[in-house]
Design a protein around this ligand. Structure first.
Ligand SMILES: [Mn+2]
Length: 310
């Protein structure tokens, strides 16, 4: 137990140094102190130190930083590429589509919903892919799919975010699947994701068809922050919103899930995007109840914060 907590502390110290000094080079992290460099090296090479334990340490300060706030809990996956050779893959796994090797990083980051300020990391997963051929995706239960990271990371976050006044967990399209909507939300824990595929609805119609029957009701110009290959810009968006009950997919193997989950949807489109710019188009689902266009714009503003994690 003593070892546990000291290794956790060492992991937290390492993370703090990485953030402060913007490097992962151990010598630079130790700021020239040879003994410190050795300590970091021993820690990382110690077989008894598990990845999960290091990740547990991420939230040590976040747990109190979230107290009393409405927290946006952002999840996303990054593929981190490392240089390897055919003779030495450095215990890494395949990533992306080609002959790339590295690891997958899926963190959850907490932001203050009102100010957008960063409150710290909550948790996540770091893993490498094996080389085995897998059974087709649809035939595998959740615990054999990589997509379980979304559910597990959010479930693990709940006790860590207990002191938050409320939590809105935000994900891109990959986080839009029925098990997420059916299992995670509670009175204090809401979900917000972009729609991946169309959803079948209770009653026989489809989500996108239902959206098409609703008129756009409001227009606003919003600021889009800079990201990867996109400079910051303004976008004038038309908005519509409504409610729909998505149906449990028929091929789902998980037991104990309801037949349907009632959610709010919000769609924004950009009819007059500048030339050469891909128009913004988001169809979002959320467990938040929406009673006005103002509520729906708030959902767009929260979703916009997701770019913080990219
Ligand atoms: Mn993503």
């Amino acid at each position: 137990m003593v070892w546990r907590s000291s290794s956790r502390k060492r992991g937290a110290a390492l993370l703090q140094a990485i953030v402060l000094r913007q490097t992962v080079c151990l010598r630079q992290l130790a700021e020239g102190k040879h003994s410190e460099e050795i300590r970091f090296g021993r820690f990382l090479n110690n077989g008894a130190v598990r990845v999960e334990e290091i990740i547990d340490g991420w939230s040590d300060q976040t747990q109190s930083a979230v107290a009393g706030r409405h927290v946006l809990a952002l999840q996303d996956t990054s593929e981190i590429k490392f240089a390897t050779t055919p003779d030495n893959r450095r215990d890494l796994g395949k990533i992306k589509k080609g002959n790339c090797f590295g690891l997958l990083l899926h963190p959850m980051l907490a932001l203050d919903a009102d100010t957008g300020s960063c409150l710290g990391l909550v948790g996540g997963k770091v893993w490498t892919r094996g080389t085995d051929e897998l059974t087709p995706h649809a035939e595998r239960p959740l615990n054999e799919k990589e997509s379980r990271r979304w559910v597990e990371t959010a479930e693990a976050a709940k006790p860590l975010l207990l002191r938050a006044a409320r939590v809105t967990a935000i994900a891109d399209r990959e986080g839009d699947f029925f098990i997420m909507w059916a299992r995670l939300p509670d009175q204090r824990f809401d979900l917000l994701s972009r729609v991946m595929h169309d959803h079948a609805l209770i009653g026989g119609s489809k989500l996108r068809d239902t959206v098409e029957t609703v008129r756009f009701c409001d227009t606003q110009t919003i600021e889009l922050r800079e990201r990867a290959d996109h400079p910051a810009r303004q976008a004038t968006l038309c908005l519509r919103f409504g409610q729909a009950t998505i149906r449990r997919p028929q091929n789902l193997r998980e037991e104990g899930l309801p037949d349907g989950v009632t959610l709010s949807w919000v769609e924004v489109v950009e009819p007059d995007a500048p030339e050469g710019v891909e128009p913004l188009h988001w169809l979002l689902l959320t467990t938040h109840a929406l009673s006005s266009a103002t509520d729906a714009w708030q959902i767009i503003a929260w979703y916009k914060q997701r770019w913080m994690i990219e």
